[in-house]
Design a protein around this ligand. Structure first.
Ligand code: UD1
Ligand code: CA
Length: 466
């Protein structure tokens, strides 16, 4: 027993006008099909299978780590898509959810109610329905005088009277697994589209005397299917609103929630402040009293409390309490800014640790470096970490002072409390407390201005004579 799920994701999505299959398109940085897979698991499904077909080489990498992948060779209808899972679900009993891979807004709560209702009524099927003022395009729910569910008729097969029905099939179902696969064998394709319709199983169940039921949702917006770019934008807006409302209610400030985009797995502490044009994606976490934005994008960033991240991009990095970034810092994967460290303006840091209270304030590139505590890195300094073939490490000890425009040619080690002179290209290790200077001595030419004027006068005289 238990709950399993099949996600239909074989379709092309022609109306997207895209090289990518529809379900690969992202909503808040997560592919459509992943939203549905994650909702199925969150609703309690133990086994999940995805039916793929069109553009499957792009879909499979998104799902193969946690779902069974079933390839539908020819897209001849939703009944055939589900039937192609028969072998994978052999021996499965209990509830089987069938979900559309292009409907990312469905909530685990709604899926759980669908399962609960089917199980309570011991029905062979429970369909999630919705009442729409504009039902065009959807399958219509047929009921008898008493309101009992008779079946579903597709738009293209509707009589004019049936086309008036406003109760529609959302495309979400819960079935009795065994009954479903048996009934699918009887589905034909004698209809306007010549397709094998999953929806035909309802009438088949009725004929067999099996119970079927419907759950009409009070939240039809959850069932929005994404068939076009416009619907993708609409779905994004809806999800953005619902996620932002949750964070606002939990004590996060947003100057304008319409201008903040937060992925579903982001964790925000109390009194976080998000300024406009902020994107928080992946497994990002932000601690208390931190301020992010404007115009910032954080992906898989773990940020402590009291941090300020202004006009910056942070990816797969850790930023500890009190550290600051930006304006306009680019913090690339593998970076760790320790407590109260600073990555300033036009600074790029990659795969490096910047120790507590250390500062990289202006126009620097730091890559593959381990920087101790209380280090100051002068403006324009760079770790030359790449020799064209390999990457090398730079190590800078506690309390070191890196003069402006130092080129640290890695591999190289700067001792603790050591100094480098401005504009030095450092190619050899610097011992603790030493000063390394590498530059030509400065030349001085006295009275240069008078010399220069005399030269110019001489030149002009020569031209006039010619
Ligand atoms: C389907 C329903 C319709 C419902 C609507 C809700 C059927 C016959 N009709 O219509 O009653 O109102 O959803 O959105 O089911 N797919 C496959 N393999 C196939 C065909 C489809 O995997 O051979 C997938 C599609 O990629 C999609 C889903 O199944 O994710 C639904 O198929 P689609 O063709 O979009 O059905 P609709 O016409 O929208
Ligand atoms: Ca559809």
């Amino acid at each position: 027993m238990g709950v399993s799920a099949i996600i239909l994701a074989a379709g092309a999505g022609t109306r997207m006008k895209s090289k990518k299959p529809k379900v690969v398109h992202g909503l808040l940085d997560k592919p459509l099909v992943r939203w549905v897979v994650d909702a199925a698991y969150a609703a309690g499904a133990q086994d999940v299978a995805c039916v793929v077909g069109h553009g499957r080489e792009q879909v499979i990498p998104l799902i193969e780590h946690d779902t069974a992948v079933i390839v539908q060779e020819r897209l001849i209808g939703t009944a055939d898509a589900v039937a192609s899972c028969a072998e994978a679900f052999q021996g499965h009993t209990g509830s089987l959810l069938v979900l559309s891979g292009d409907s990312p807004l469905i909530t685990p709560a709604t899926l759980r109610s669908l399962v609960a209702q089917r199980e309570r009524e011991q029905a062979a099927a429970c369909v999630l329905t919705m009442d729409l003022s504009d039902p065009f395009g959807y399958g219509r729910i047929l009921r008898d005088q008493e309101g009992a569910l008779l079946g579903i008729v597709e738009q293209k097969d509707c009589t004019p009277e049936q086309a008036q029905i406003t109760e529609c099939n959302s495309g979400f179902y819960c079935f009795d697994a065994q009954a479903l696969f048996k009934a699918l064998e009887e589905v034909g394709n004698d209809n306007a589209q010549g397709e094998y319709y999953l929806t035909d199983v309802l009438a088949i169940f009725r004929k067999e005397g099996r119970g079927v039921c419907a759950l009409q949702t009070a939240q039809p917006q959850e069932c929005l299917g994404v068939n076009s770019r416009s619907q993708l934008a609409q779905a994004t807006r809806q999800m953005q609103r619902s996620i932002n409302e949750r964070h606002l209610a939990a004590g996060v400030t947003m100057t304008d929630p319409a201008l903040v985009w937060i992925g579903p797995d982001v964790v925000l502490a109390n009194d976080v402040e998000l300024l406009p044009l902020t994107f928080l994606y992946g497994k990002t976490e932000i601690g208390e009293d931190s301020i992010v934005g404007p115009n910032s994008r954080l992906t898989d960033a773990v940020v402590g409390s009291g941090c300020v991240i202004e006009e910056s991009i942070v990816a797969a990095s850790r930023i500890d309490d009190g550290a600051t970034c930006g304006p306009r810092a680019y913090i690339r994967p593998g970076t760790h800014l320790c407590r109260n460290a600073k990555a300033g303006t036009h600074v790029e840091i990659k795969n490096s640790e910047i120790g507590a209270r250390s500062k990289v304030p202006h126009l620097s590139y730091i890559g593959d470096a381990v920087v101790g505590a209380d280090v100051n890195i002068g403006a324009g300094s760079i770790t030359c970490n790449y020799d064209g073939t390999h990457k090398h490490q730079t190590i800078i000890g506690d309390g070191a002072f890196i003069g402006s425009d130092t080129m640290l040619v890695a591999p190289v080690r700067i001792g603790s409390h050591a100094f480098t002179g401005a504009a030095s290209a450092i190619t050899q290790d610097v011992p603790d407390r030493a000063l390394a200077v590498e530059r030509a001595p400065q030349k001085l030419i006295a009275e240069w201005e008078a010399f220069k004027h005399a030269k110019e006068a001489e030149k002009q005289g020569a031209q006039q004579e010619a």
